[in-house]
Design a protein around this ligand. Sequence first.
Ligand code: SF4
Length: 357
Amino acid sequence: MTISRDRARRISSRIESWFARNARAFPWRPTGDGARDAYVSLVSEIMLQQTQAARVAERLPVFLGRFPDVSSLAGASEDEVLHAWQGLGYYRRARSLHGAASMIEAEFDGVVPRDVASLRSLPGVGAYTAGAIASMAYGVREACVDGNIQRVIMRTEGIDLEPDAPETRRRVWDIARSLVGSSVSPGALNEGLMELGAVVCTPPPHSPSCGVCPLARLCIARREGRQQEIPRPKSRSRQRVIFHDSVVVAHPRLGLRVEQRPDAGLWRKMWQPITHEGESEATAEAVLAWSGVKSVEERGSFEHQTTHRVVKVRIWSGSGVGRGTPGEWADRGRLGELAMSNAARRVIAHSGELTIG
Ligand code: SF4
């Protein structure tokens, strides 16, 4: 069940005029009447999938400075791309973006495609990202639904259903299509909905700022006093817990002992201080045995959250490299150039052995 054309038109026009006055300045948003570059849209949308806007605003110009267009990104090595992605986390997206650039070069003459079907054929580009790029970069009348847009639509329409249920998703997408169908500018409508969800119709624990919301007079959840109840909290499945025991071995002349992670699984092919991954915490004897160093001392621990796992990291300092010690030496200059997860960098910083610039 969708909404009437009249209601869709009223919602769209309020969102578009509110967005014209309230859009925050971000590096991926053109100023004035400037058109949005499709490559910049692709990169920024993939970054924004799992990273906060403020962090993307910081990292995007650096990434674009290194890879200013599709061909420079397609021609780079995976290691270079991973290194430029540092600070954004969820590295699978960097690999997807790299793969997308290669595919655009090979199959679309180096031009980011404008139709949703072609966009969706690119690695890492799902229904939301395809709709966002098509509408914002090319003005195509396509909807897109992310968490912010879903929340705004569910509250405005008073949809009190399980947020992840297929029926809910279908209904929200139908309404999003109706809204974009009655908009003046599909890109501004989509981006305005997202912006409203990010700064006004905010998720718990923040209360939505209904007093300044352009949809206040149309909003069913507000009329019924149910803004805090819709959408219902998602039921979280139990996350897998894994244990990393990381040994920081520093040598005054040779640098730090590092190794590359396997070609599959978490943080694929990224660098780290020598680390044992297991289903339970290792004893000091076990750490000595696999690391091959002469002595170890526990220095601290922290938890790192990924999409599907909790990584419990224990940090050891080690000394006296033996024959069986895995990895290789990396001097201070090289350390800064290696692609490392935030967790690996935190291990090094936490150990107090070295500071990486
Ligand atoms: S009135 Fe409140 S609940 Fe409704 S859309 Fe606006 S901010 Fe969200």
